[in-house]
Write a protein that binds this ligand. Structure first.
Ligand code: SAH
Ligand code: SF4
Ligand code: F3S
Length: 475
């Protein structure tokens, strides 16, 4: 899930949250106290971080509001992954400026990756911003807020080697009450040449395995039925138990979370093709409640381009991993991230990406044109030489091949039955439910008496589009 566009996707999300998160906001509202409003962009890790921020703020007397006009503190949790993501944030800051002028005393804080990338420059560029807070500095927010209230603008962009916010229990802001994110690690040590994340999120570190289990257990006790374990590269999760000196790897952690309860579904994201092991695949196979779905971003289907990207695997290596997944977990769905028009990419190399989509039979992909990011190896070493129009055309071709692959993937599900976890009403009609199957495909089906949000149901599929499976509940 990437949220680059505040006007379309952001709005959609807010509408969704208003309906589903109502109970949370009522429970946490405090009519006399100060209120904060938070908007999040970027990846799931950022949404998960916003829940940690909300938890920290709620302990200092702030309560969350969805109404920006009544807030005393506006926070925007930002993303730097592509230029467009940053442009959207600047656009939102213009809107906040207007509100701020009408409400003296209101504070505006910029959090997340863009705060980390631009640091102090943010205060110079954006005069009405009061605080700039990087992803590892959220514990300092109460202090920064109190200083900013006294008129001292604050910046804390210190990147930590240890911070994992392990013991902070996130406030589930936009939650549907059924599925939740659990952050299992932070940062990234991979240095893919196009990517800004190692600079904005710092060094990779893994969270205490027992705090992960405690969070999953707590979520289950609150009625949640699905957790997604988050990290930029979950396969390199590694935590040493300080008492026993035993090491917990990702396969071990998956198994620990899976045994919390067979009623709790376990998902994870993102897997790195160079690191995903057969041990992880056999663990997925062993537990029914670990979902048969792997997000395995390829980025490019060509070995020369992959080398320039510093992805540290080849086309052949990636194909072997895909084959291993389908051999060990035949029902598994695989999805991907793809970049069109990376530096020096030729037409033939682009064709390799198209054929990889067909080979891997992705159920879906997130697809982007290459956007040069300041400070990255690619920006320093390689020319951003593919014309914008060519990037766009290649992206359109990638989207077309992927849409066909998605439709074919869904057509293979016709006439099959799946266990679906009900997430709530479908977007189009309150007569229908929506939910996901183990493969992470969205399933729409008519409601039936006695079934409610959070229940598992068996749904028989009789119609598909490239985006959805449509079916009926089988009793
Ligand atoms: N850790 C994950 C991805 C994190 S960023 C992984 O390694 O796969 C999410 C996606 O954004 C990336 O997979 C990549 O496809 C895309 N992306 C990152 N930097 C980009 C850039 N400079 N231009 C275009 N897309 C980019
Ligand atoms: Fe970026 Fe690569 Fe790390 Fe993913 S693995 S966050 S693409 S550097
Ligand atoms: Fe964006 Fe930072 Fe995530 S750059 S994609 S919010 S790690």
């Amino acid at each position: 899930m990437y949220n680059d566009n505040p006007t379309i996707k952001g709005l959609e999300k807010k509408v969704d949250e208003t309906k589903q998160g109502e109970v949370f906001f009522k429970e946490h509202s405090n009519d006399d106290g100060r209120k904060f409003y938070i908007e999040s962009y970027g990846c799931q890790m950022n949404f998960s971080d916003s829940e940690i921020v909300a938890s920290i703020l709620s302990k200092t007397g702030y309560s969350p509001t969805r109404n920006i006009e009544e807030s005393d503190l506006i926070l925007i949790n930002t993303c730097s992954i592509r230029e467009k993501a940053e442009d959207n944030v600047r656009q939102r800051l213009r809107v906040f400026d207007k509100i701020k002028v009408k409400r003296p005393g209101m504070l505006v804080g910029v959090l997340g990756c863009m705060a980390e990338r631009l640091k102090k420059k943010f205060l110079e560029e954006e005069k009405l911003v009061d605080m700039v807070v990087g992803p590892d500095a959220y514990r300092d927010l109460p202090n920064l807020i109190s200083r900013a209230s006294d008129g001292n603008k604050g910046v804390n962009v210190f990147l930590s080697r240890e911070e994992t916010y392990a013991e902070i229990s996130p406030l589930r802001l936009g939650s549907n009450g059924v599925s939740a994110f659990i952050s299992i690690m932070r940062g990234c040590d991979n240095m893919c040449s196009f990517c800004v994340v190692p600079f904005t999120r710092g060094r990779e570190r893994s969270r205490d395995a027992f705090s992960v289990i405690a969070e999953a257990t707590d979520l289950l006790s609150k009625g949640f039925k699905e957790v997604t374990l988050l990290g930029q590269n979950v396969d390199s999760y590694k935590w040493e138990n300080p008492e026993t000196k035993e090491t917990v790897n990702f396969a071990n952690l998956l198994e620990m979370v899976a045994t919390v309860s067979p009623e709790l579904r376990v998902r994870f994201s993102t897997s790195h093709p160079k690191d995903i092991t057969d041990e992880v695949l056999y663990t997925i196979k062993k537990y029914k409640n670990i979902c048969d779905y792997i997000h395995l971003p390829v980025q490019s289907g060509n070995s020369r381009v992959l080398e320039l990207m510093n992805r540290t695997y080849t086309r052949e290596w990636y194909k072997e991993r895909v084959e291993a997944i389908y051999r060990i977990i035949p029902e598994c769905a695989i999805s991907s991230d793809i970049i069109a028009g990376f530096c020096t990419e030729t037409e033939e190399e682009h064709q390799d990406t198209l054929s990889m989509i067909e080979f891997a039979k992705y159920s879906m992909s997130y697809m982007f044109t290459y956007s040069e990011r300041p400070g990255t190896v690619a920006a320093k070493k390689y020319p951003d030489d593919i014309p914008h129009a060519t990037k766009k055309r290649r992206l359109a071709e990638i989207i077309e091949v992927q849409s066909k692959a998605s439709l074919e993937s869904n057509q293979r599900d016709l006439d099959k039955s799946f266990e679906v976890l009900i997430e709530g009403d479908s977007k189009r009609s309150d007569k229908d439910f929506k939910g996901r199957n183990s493969q992470n495909k969205m399933v729409i089906f008519p409601k039936k008496e006695n079934y409610k949000k959070g229940d598992y149901v068996t749904v028989h599929i009789h119609e598909v589009t490239s985006a959805t499976l449509i079916g009926t509940i089988k009793d």
